[in-house]
Write a protein that binds this ligand. Structure first.
Ligand SMILES: Cc1cc2nc3c(=O)[nH]c(=O)nc-3n(C[C@H](O)[C@H](O)[C@H](O)COP(=O)(O)OP(=O)(O)OC[C@H]3O[C@@H](n4cnc5c(N)ncnc54)[C@H](O)[C@@H]3O)c2cc1C
Length: 761
């Protein structure tokens, strides 16, 4: 993430990572508006480009070829990326309602969420048909079908419902691919039957007659049965029925008919058309609310109905980016003028395609190659992103200032002054109290004075027979998502308490928030603290107070109090390793290299998703499990990396240890980023400890070697358990959700050598 150079004055929130937003983000990166913060909320970090979907189904592309990595794109554009599903908009409060996180505030909003299959009106379709959208789910079903056809001999019947360009292309692509799979296994291609259903009398009704005739020929030649005037009105397990009463036994029913708007749009109060799509003017503003824009399939242009095609969604992107910019600057908006005729390149599955534009028609393998070139070039715009340093001087930020109201002007001037002075003062009392009033820490009986009656300090009772366990942690935000960052910061701080075998009781927070308009500071603080409180609450830990200041960067830390038996029964210290014990690690490693790679646009979005998910996994249940299996020593893996923390354990224990490099659980992508030499800035300090390694020369080329030094954020627990308990302990850890938990080595008696850690390769 990059620290913004100017205070945040306005929030633009983009819902959905469709084609229009992908284009708009790319353009915004080249011409940002200082003071405007962009946030993208999307359910899928990898958003599919449906133009290449039939090619993927036919086997010409792999999954990565057809997806845009929107996390990476957002990072490139300097936008925040929130992986979540939007379920509503509170227009009165100007907030976007998400399924998981707290509401997200906006000044301008744009919606590009595509269309949603309408299955509800057909009996059984919801339960028994496979809609082509969302494409992620369709992809999973397709992989399952492929596997089924590969594994089970016998006939397979696929029905494709919908005979527009999407349905025809998909039927041909599936037929081609499944036929090849059968051939490759020496089986009869006639084991496969594909049926195409059209509700009307023709296929491809929006295309010219020559195109229709060409496709009818191809379908007939391939033996795909076309059912005309055959509206499907019922789908049951393994069977469908048309309005005329005809039935077909089918193993898979794929739904590619006209879709509608997402159901949640109806409750937003925005004017919708009869199919549930958002009515927009030619500036792409919604008819109802000029602060809200919509583009792509989910938008319905007033007086100019457009076919639902990616072509239009893409062309709307530049106009949308420009109009969001102009709206901020109070400038007149541009009109989007859709082309009257557009070129459709429709493939036949076998690297052959047919071109259709108005009355024009052409076909050939060259048309497929042409389509392939266009599609790949389009995707390269989002995959070949210039590195940040290469962007220096290329991006041309807008120079016109965002018009502000008088009160905002004063706040902006003071925010700028703070920023120039580096670290600032306390966040205003009203901002702080408003933000904290919206988070709800749990109440505990042993908190005598806490946030419910805030005072100069919190007052806590230590229950009889208990001792207090104390720890503190603090770090800068490494990801541009205050809610997720708050969750990870709290989880990281709690890790020390759980590693001791204690229960968390209470926490005080220390935070810095970049200066800006009061409303923006308050919202960032609220997002971050509500993330943190959600984790503290889950851990049974009450937030009892804290201090917040303005600083150049977002940062958060906690002093956490835990409780444990005053006799220290059950305590897990670092010095408890015993020769013969097995060493267990409960979570995969690699957060340091992955986050460094993310900042350089060198990590895949899904790797970062998985790393962030892992950082949010609590160590609480793991600690209890380790204790129950006789763990004698434990620590949580954080900044010193595996080797640093292991040495912290072997030294006071007076033992040596052996590590199995092949057994180290690693986060997806960590090997790749480390192998590319992308390492955390803390790595060099950790590498100094390599002197503790007995046979490092032999291990230098092992892919996991650099990860021995990788600093972890909210890492797993590193613990020892008696060797005879290790299998049961691992089985239980995995049952608890620590699916990567592994035995990574064993404790040895102390030898003569000064290097206590032996690496096994
Ligand atoms: C098989 C097939 C082939 C096609 N081929 C072509 C073609 O060759 N050329 C062409 O022009 N068109 C083609 N189309 C049509 C094309 O798919 C659509 O017109 C296009 O995808 C619409 O793009 P969009 O930007 O509106 O949204 P989409 O591309 O559908 O993207 C929507 C995005 O919003 C996200 N999202 C959805 N709901 C939410 C939510 N509630 N919260 C957060 N995020 C959300 C999704 O994850 C996704 O990232 C084809 C369609 C099909 C089915």
């Amino acid at each position: 993430m990059r620290a913004a150079e100017s205070p945040v004055l306005r929030d633009i929130v983009l819902i959905g990572g469709g084609h229009s937003h992908a284009v708009a983000l790319r353009m915004w990166a080249m011409r940002p508006v200082p003071g405007a913060r962009l946030s993208l909320i999307c359910t899928d970090t990898e958003t599919p480009y449906s133009g290449m979907l039939p090619g993927f189904i036919a086997g010409h592309y792999d999954c990565e070829d057809i997806h845009i990595d929107v996390r990476r794109l957002a990072e490139f554009a300097g936008a925040r990326y929130y992986r979540d599903e939007v379920v509503g908009i509170d227009r009165a409060e100007r907030r976007v309602i998400c399924r998981q996180r707290p509401p997200v505030a906006y000044d301008l909003l744009s919606i590009n969420i595509g269309s949603t299959p309408r299955l509800g009106h057909v009996a059984g379709a919801d339960a028994h048909a496979v809609p082509v959208k969302p494409i992620r789910q369709f992809g999973e079903r397709w992989r399952a079908l492929l596997e089924r056809v590969r594994q089970h001999a016998g006939r397979t019947t696929v029905a494709v419902v919908g005979a527009g360009a999407g349905g025809v292309e998909l039927a041909l692509a599936m037929h081609y691919r499944l036929g090849r799979e059968l051939q490759a296994r020496g089986r009869d291609p006639d084991e496969l039957a594909v049926h195409l259903f059209s509700a009307g009398p023709v296929i491809l009704p929006t295309h010219n007659r020559a195109v229709r005739r060409a496709f009818e020929g191809v379908l007939a030649q391939r033996g795909i049965a076309v059912h005309r005037d055959a509206e499907v009105v019922e789908v049951a397990p393994g069977r469908l029925r048309t309005r005329r009463g005809d039935t077909l036994a089918a193993d898979e029913v794929v739904w590619v008919t006209q879709a509608g708007g997402a159901a949640w749009l109806a409750a937003t109060g925005l004017a919708l058309d009869e199919a549930g799509f958002i009515r927009v003017t030619d500036t792409l503003q919604t008819e109802t609310d000029p602060r809200i824009f919509a583009a792509g399939d989910c938008a319905s242009m007033i007086g100019r109905p457009l076919e639902k095609a990616g072509v239009f969604a893409v062309r709307m992107g530049p106009v949308l980016a420009e109009n969001l910019r102009r709206s901020l600057l109070d400038q007149p908006l541009k009109a989007y003028r859709p082309q009257r005729r557009w070129l459709a390149l429709i493939s036949t599955g076998d690297r052959h395609a047919i071109a259709s534009r108005g009355a024009l028609f052409a076909r050939g393998d060259w048309v497929w190659r042409w389509k392939d070139r266009i599609d790949r070039r389009f995707m390269e715009r989002f995959s070949d992103l210039p590195a940040m340093d290469a962007m220096q001087g290329k991006a041309k930020p807008v120079t016109a200032p965002i018009p502000l109201e008088a009160a905002e002007q004063t706040q902006a001037i003071s925010a700028l002054a703070m920023r120039c002075g580096g670290c600032g003062a306390k966040v205003g009392a009203s901002v702080l109290s408003r933000a904290l009033a919206r988070v709800q820490p749990i109440q505990r009986d042993d908190v005598l004075i806490g946030l419910a009656d805030p005072d100069d300090a919190a007052v806590l009772r230590v229950p009889p027979g208990k001792a207090v366990v104390q720890t503190v942690d603090f770090f800068r935000a490494f990801i541009d998502d205050p809610w997720v960052f708050g969750r990870i910061a709290a989880n990281h701080a709690l890790g020390d308490v759980f590693a001791m075998g204690a229960e968390a009781q209470s926490a005080t927070a220390i935070a810095t928030v970049p200066p800006g308009l009061e409303a923006k500071v308050e919202d960032t603080l609220f997002q971050m603290m509500s993330g943190a409180v959600s984790v503290l609450n889950e851990a049974g830990c009450a937030l009892v107070g804290g201090h917040t200041g303005e600083g150049r960067e977002l940062a958060l830390g906690f002093a956490v109090n835990g409780l444990m038996d005053e006799t220290l029964a059950g305590v897990m210290t670092k010095g408890g390793l015993r020769p013969g014990d097995a060493i267990i690690l409960t979570k995969p490693m690699g957060t340091g290299t992955l986050l460094a790679a993310h900042a350089r646009l060198a990590a895949k979005g899904r790797w970062i998703d998985a790393a962030l998910d892992s950082m949010q996994v609590s160590n609480r249940a793991a600690a209890a499990c380790l204790m129950a299996h006789g763990a004698r020593a434990c620590t949580d893996l954080t900044g010193f990396g595996l080797l640093g923390h292991l040495v912290e354990m072997t030294k006071p224990s007076g033992v040596d240890a052996e590590l199995e490099l092949d057994a180290l659980p690693l986060l997806q992508g960590a090997r790749e980023t480390a192998a590319a030499g992308i390492l955390s800035s803390l790595q060099p300090a950790n590498v100094r400890l390599r002197r503790a390694l007995r046979n490092q020369e032999a291990a230098l080329n092992h892919p996991a070697y650099p990860l021995l030094f990788d600093p972890q954020t909210a890492g797993g627990l590193l613990a020892s358990v008696p060797a005879d308990r290790v299998e049961a302990c691992l089985a239980e850890l995995r049952r608890l959700g620590y699916v990567h938990a592994a035995a990574i080595g064993r404790v040895l008696p102390q030898g003569e050598a000064v290097e206590p850690i032996t690496l096994r390769i």
